[in-house]
Ligand binder design. Structure first.
Ligand code: HPA
Length: 276
């Protein structure tokens, strides 16, 4: 389902489905990446809707992802969590998350926090660290807006990762004593991991992190007018920088162990938003 399929009606249909099941207007939307699904368990009085029940939603199956929308309370605010995402590499469609993102425009266009597990190509960002994404590099796959014929396709990407939200993340991190670096995330389409030469390239062009997600979503979210922030959990160093080649088991395991820090940061961030 490329962008060109006139998405507005699909967004309306998804909205009709979820609002009929009790989903209201969130103050924040969060996409949870590999191994980060347990954050959804923190939501109070949740409405849980499997993606398979929502028209237009992708139902890919990457292990470590749950594939459900969870709506409910966190720190006294309303949040909508996508526990699991679909990736461009699953079926070759970079616009695969179009309807989940478009749905948000029908629910008041909350800010979007995209999370992921990522490799680090910067020795200063270690496995287990949480990093706020300051910018991205997209050379690894097609632009999700190819096929969009609306003038809004020419999306400015300066400050794609909102300086306001990033500042709130910094305040939230310091309120819980968490060191939070900022870094540039480079998208490689996957699902194969990068080669050592690709990791060296990533370092030379100014990336700090590499990963297989998030970038297409952020481009679409900006097209849809959403404010965006991104958080990576570093699960490994890039291929060639560590003895054992990066692999999916390691990604899930390290993301699991770092998930409590991410949870604490998200809670503090939600509290911080309440003050803003
Ligand atoms: N490369 C790409 N994606 C990833 C990695 C990596 O090293 N680690 C976790 N996701």
């Amino acid at each position: 389902m490329a962008w060109s399929d006139h998405p507005e009606r699909l967004f309306d249909e998804a909205a009709a489905c979820v609002t009929a099941r009790g989903v209201g207007r969130p103050d924040l939307a969060i996409i949870l990446g590999s191994g980060l699904g347990p954050l959804a368990d923190e939501i109070a009085d949740p409405v849980v809707i499997p993606f398979a029940d929502i028209p237009g939603f992708p139902v890919g199956a990457v292990s470590g992802h749950r594939k459900a929308l969870v709506f409910g309370g966190l720190e006294g605010r309303k949040v909508l969590v996508y526990a699991g995402r679909s990736h461009a590499y699953e079926g070759g469609d970079a616009a695969v998350m179009k309807v989940p993102l478009g749905l948000l425009t029908r629910l008041g266009s909350p800010p979007l926090l995209a999370t992921n597990a990522a490799g680090s190509v910067n020795l200063g960002m270690k496995p287990g660290d949480v990093v706020s994404i300051s910018d991205h590099i997209s050379l690894g796959g097609p632009n999700p807006l190819i096929g969009d014929s609306d003038e809004r396709r020419f999306v400015p990407m300066a400050d794609a990762y909102s300086p306001t939200l990033r500042a709130r993340l910094r305040v939230a991190a310091s309120s819980i004593g968490l060191a939070l670096d900022e870094g540039v995330y480079m998208w490689w389409s996957g699902p194969s991991f990068e080669t050592p030469a690709e990791i060296r390239l990533s370092q030379r062009v100014g990336a700090d992190l590499v990963g297989m997600s998030t970038v297409p979503e952020v481009i679409m979210a900006r097209r849809l007018g959403l404010m965006v922030a991104g958080l990576s959990i570093v699960t490994n160093y890039g291929t060639g920088m560590q003895v054992i080649a990066p692999n999916h088991m390691e990604t899930k395991h390290v993301a699991d162990t770092a998930a409590p820090r991410l949870k604490a940061l998200v809670r503090a961030f939600v509290k911080e938003m309440a003050h803003a």
